[in-house]
Design a binder for this molecule. Sequence first.
Ligand SMILES: *[C@@H]1O[C@H](CO)[C@@H](O)[C@H](O)[C@H]1NC(C)=O
Ligand SMILES: *[C@@H]1O[C@H](CO)[C@@H](O)[C@H](O)[C@H]1NC(C)=O
Length: 363
Amino acid sequence: MRGIQLHLRRTALIVLLLMCVGLFFCTHLLLEISNLKDARVKLEMEVAQLQHTLDTSDISRSRRLYATNEQIRDVYSPYEEDMIILYNRVPKTGSTSFAGIAYDLCKRNKFHVLHVNITRNAHTLSLVDQVRFIQNITEWAGKKPAMYHGHFSYIDFSKFGYYRRPIYINIIRDPLDRMLSYYYFIRYGDDFRPNLKRKKAGDKESFDECVEKGGHDCDPENLWLQIPFFCGQSAGCRNSGSRWALEEAKHNLVNNYFVVGITEELSDFIAVLEATLPRFFRGATDLYNNGHHSHLRKTAVKITPKPETIAKIQESTVWKMENEFYEFAVEQFHFIKNQIFEIVDGSYVPKGRRFTYEKIRPR
Ligand SMILES: *[C@@H]1O[C@H](CO)[C@@H](O)[C@H](O)[C@H]1NC(C)=O
Ligand SMILES: *[C@@H]1O[C@H](CO)[C@@H](O)[C@H](O)[C@H]1NC(C)=O
């Protein structure tokens, strides 16, 4: 009886001992696992830190290259390499001078320039042609980065489902000046291609005479041009005097154009582009001020109209609306320009960077 009790007690002791040992090992194992977890987290943090240091040193290295060696700048970001600028130029606004600058810069700055020639100078494209055009220029990798220019109204890329939209730029001009310039241009040509026969060559009628007898070429209806260019491809944009078209044009100018310059301040427009899109326009200001593009293409003959002629044009609804649009564009351009530059000793100097990052978490 006692022997059995003793034996039982010994067995219980052994079981207890084994349980203790088991418990010890289990606790030890759990501890090891948690240590390993800690170590992994630490390692991950260190890798992240290292990655960050590498990244930032990479950025600063390329930035130094951008800053110190402006001539040899071969490090472009993929974002810049994929850029497309669309310049849907309005006739008689200085567009030939401006396109000339891009042609002169394209080799040095390594980008492509392409003219979009639209059959019979129509300013609108069919929906099918819009799809063709958008697909082509977006997917044409061999011609990127690029600037396309041509006389077509604004095309809204986003409604075709392309996530990357082009950068739209344009230049507009005082509407009456633009009309006068065109009126004399088709009669006398210009200094750009002086020997080319224009469609009204030989017609000696002055703008004053035309307005007096209510001729076709000086009809204020012809002023309806800059609004439809900015309004877009819709039917409503063609309705001259349409308030909706004017509002749509203003909306696009502010929201869908990167910057719109004015003919009267072409060199400032070029300076703004050089400051904002250096990938394309580095060296443009210098080229414009010192190169052969420094003068605008000039219509050979231009007679200043009489005050009564001007007054008559200004009575028309179309002039009033086109002028409202032009003034809207001037205000916006001056705003952009004055925010970028300050005037030091009579010349424009870009203001430095006015933002920084802070409170960057997690560390
Ligand atoms: C556009 O193409 C037409 C037809 O091919 C041609 O006659 C015209 O000269 C071209 N326009 C320009 C500005 O090159
Ligand atoms: C775009 O059009 C041009 C001229 O028609 C053609 O040579 C080029 O291959 C086209 N690119 C694409 C990506 O469709």
